[in-house]
Design a protein around this ligand. Sequence first.
Ligand code: MGD
Ligand code: MGD
Ligand code: MO
Length: 732
Amino acid sequence: MIVRTLTHWGLYDCHVNNGELVDVTPAPEDPDPSPIGRNLLLGNSLHRVSRPAVRRSYLEQGSGHGVRGKEDFVEVSWDDALDLIANELARIREQHGPASIYGGSYGWASAGRFHHAQSQLHRFLTCTGGHTDSVNAYSYAAAEVILPKVIGHYEDLLKAPTSWPRIIEHAEMMVCFGGLPLRNAQITNGGPGRHVQQAYLKAAAEKGIRFFNISPQATDCPGFLNARWLPVRPGTDVALMLGLAYTLITRDLYDEPFIARYCSGFDIFREYVLGALDQTPKTPTWAAERCGIAATDIEQLAGDMASHRTMISLSWSLSRHQHGEQPYWMGITLAALLGQIGLPGCGIGLGYCVENKVGKPVERHNLAHLPRGGMNSVSEAVPVARIADMLLHPGQPYSFNGESRCYPDIRMIYWAGGNPFHHHQDLNRLALAWQKPETVVCHELVWTATARHADIVLPIASSLEREDIGGAPNEDILVAMKQVLPSFDEARTDYAVFSGLAQRLGAGDAFTEGRSTRDWIRGDTGDTGDRYPEMPAFETFWEQGEYLFPAPAAHDLFADFRADPMRFPLATPDGKIQLATEKFGHATWHTPHEWLGEPGIHRFHLVSHQPASRLHSQLDQGEFSQLSKINGMEPITINASDATELGLQARDTVRVFNDRGSFRAGLIISDAIMRGVLSIATGAWWQPDESGECHAGNPNAVTLDRGTSDIAQGPSALTCLVSIEKLEPPLG
Ligand SMILES: Nc1nc2c(c(=O)[nH]1)N[C@H]1C(S)=C(S)[C@@H](COP(=O)(O)OP(=O)(O)OC[C@H]3O[C@@H](n4cnc5c(=O)[nH]c(N)nc54)[C@H](O)[C@@H]3O)O[C@H]1N2
Ligand SMILES: Nc1nc2c(c(=O)[nH]1)N[C@H]1C(S)=C(S)[C@@H](COP(=O)(O)OP(=O)(O)OC[C@H]3O[C@@H](n4cnc5c(=O)[nH]c(N)nc54)[C@H](O)[C@@H]3O)O[C@H]1N2
Ligand SMILES: [Mo]
């Protein structure tokens, strides 16, 4: 039997024999399928949670006993587990109020719109009395806060910038900060039906567009683009862009009429660039000292950008540095100086190739998602990456988005669909903070480090073990995700679990509305039926298995604003691009807390990027992910001259460390990474030994857990200096 399914990494045919998954092959319609699908083979069965389980001393002695993450678990019946959780939720809400329950629960979970784990959890917690939530995403939190102030329409800039066909037709140059890493285009949150980024890049290369890869790694652009590599020190793009801006302004290469008509605050920004107030002109030489790119190259690039039709791309990784708000503000400022925003195929886009959807001509479909089921009784939401601070400092003040706020006093954590013990920074610190609440509940498929750090773990059915409707607002396919496999052992869907809990808490009807899973799925096409009259009725769609939306026309972002800024103003106070604001100043260079400009004793910058062989930590146990490992560990890349200097060889087991922690990894030696930089993918399952050293190679063993700044309080995962040494085998 072959059953088709949609995942965050594409559309696959699952081959099932006697209730077992025997093969996974990409849908033939996908022109450039992702090998990540192979991970489903072992991944759907290895390390699964079989039955509800409770941490031993929590079960035997109650909350407040034992140490999370250091104990074994006792399996219990579903009824006992659900009674335990329902009683605990009721007790804690009554004693400490709904804000003491943290349901932020960041994470990607699986494709499938109805079973989306975080939406299920939010609906359940809202229906039963409310909870503290998180705000913004690890991916680009700094952008989410700064972009609305600068340019208004941040959603389109991030997810639906000027489409590739327009770039290919009109642009002459593409300057890519963070490159165009095709490995990331394997993914779209919700699921891509057809992978298109490689074909677009090839067409752009054939057209003769010149690419510039501004990144610590040459591999961030595929070889066929023949990109010019300008190795930049991590975290210094703002300095580089200021050097470019200085050149444009002082050589009169900037577009004065564009600035006058479409921007405000230029005079303040110009004073800063010229050094009128701080006596520090941001010359190319000043920039070169910080970013490591020669002043002559900076001058030449500025001239080239001004004299050609140029598209600027800023990868989302730039936002995950300390002061990650600034590269986005500065990138927009640079694009404004060039005056090409809104011209066909030019201007600026954030994150081409970051996901399959970015740059694809799209119409954002208004697909329904599971509603919350009312207003959350708690209005406060904590910036997503401040979780350890929140747990460690209840009641303490912090600043966010120009406001002063206080952290809530969290007594219970409820997590479904994410893996904070892979995704959060400084995991040893998180493990300490995680001891604070009275109860931690986790819904998981597999025994991740997050499951191991809970008190109560519930086994969840995988996306292959339930039915759903699959699709993403900016992809072109809707998929009837039929059930592929029976549930693993005693696993249940998140929905079934929350239905059982809601009933115990007297909110059963409010949660389920008396609807079956199929009823919910049927309603999940949103208003698409109205917008696409040719779309078949649900039953026909379900039988046919797929619906492809008609291809929309390519578009140029901000073309309407450019044509008529009065009629199509930006969503900023004066409708213009804000190069300076009263409250937040202007795009500014801040010296990072850790960077190669002042290395100190740890003299390597650790860049942690998205993995080519999986999605985050998901299915790390799968075949394709395991093939990428070196001696069972995540590979880490070092520059060849650095390796020689340190006496390191390819495939050595290395120890990477700083004052926060350490991890082990297998070494790759390369000329395609700049000196002083180490690069490792995120997502290896955190496996700390007694000393806290991770044996699998999770970079968050050593990363910095600080907010980007008071503006967005996003993650600063990429601001991280480390040392590296060969791990000698123990003597004897
Ligand atoms: N150092 C460093 N850290 C980073 C980053 C970085 O660049 N550097 N990047 C950050 C970014 S951008 C992101 S988005 C995060 C990603 O972090 P996460 O989104 O937390 O990572 P995933 O591995 O996708 O975690 C999803 C978890 O949900 C489980 N799951 C899957 N389906 C279901 C389901 O139906 N129900 C339930 N209950 N569970 C399910 C999976 O088994 C898995 O453990 O990592 C961040 N962390
Ligand atoms: N295969 C795969 N694809 C994915 C994901 C996955 O897990 N697997 N995750 C998805 C998710 S959740 C997200 S948010 C996106 C993330 O998309 P991005 O954030 O764009 O991706 P990263 O791979 O983290 O970073 C891209 C490159 O930025 C470079 N870089 C790092 N720091 C700097 C810097 O300071 N300056 C410059 N110029 N370059 C720098 C690094 O060399 C890195 O390879 O990817 C998505 N795509
Ligand atoms: Mo992300």
